[in-house]
Design a protein around this ligand. Sequence first.
Ligand SMILES: [Zn+2]
Length: 258
Amino acid sequence: MTARPLEIKMFPCLFDNYGFLIHDAEANLTAAIDTPEVRPIQDALARQEWQLTHIINTHHHFDHAGGNLELKRKTDCTIIGPSMDQQRIPGIDVAIDHRQEFKFGNHEVVCYHTPGHTTGHVVYHFVNQQVAFVGDTLFAMGCGRLFEGTAEQMWSSLQLIMEWPDETLLYCAHEYTQLNAEFALTVEPKNLELIQRKAEVDSMRSNNRPTVPTKLGIEKKTNPFLRPNSEEIKINLNMTHASTTEIFAEIRKRKDNF
Ligand SMILES: [Zn+2]
């Protein structure tokens, strides 16, 4: 028997975060992916008439785990999070490691450790559903800032994500897409798919539509952080003889100063 698709609800939180609820109707399980803000999560649960059974955390930042304890107190939910950040993410009940598999109801999930934005950051790949929750590791046409990790670590982390199928829907945690597109064009101005995507994103945002989720396939074609091998980028950065990691680091540095 094939499992019924996972239901996913996305809603804005704080200034530019997205909150996510996932629901397995057969098993009657509902998880919040991170807890940026309690009230919008509770409102979304009420709208759907779902009971929160789990919180699944990507990393320790307050706009991702700040609502953990209040929601746990209110719902007695189980908190799943990276073993490496057990000291920093409040309330973890089930700690998981790199490449560890677990089941959410009928859905297989694989956790990947993706250091870079923080040292303990993890992402969750719902394998059969071809959906992933990538926190602040990857954004549409962008990637997370290197608050704790190195460029080398982040590039390795992004390469793990790039091994998934192109159809994979990536749910990233912030609406940064429009500015990311502007930056992307500064390093790869002749990329036709990027030019076209930028126009689409501008139109979506002018209608106040979310640009999340994104698909891995289009990210590979337009996200400069997945493209340090692009000839155009290498030439523009004057780095035709540099290593891929050095080019990645330079793109990240330029974005930090953009
Ligand atoms: Zn973060």
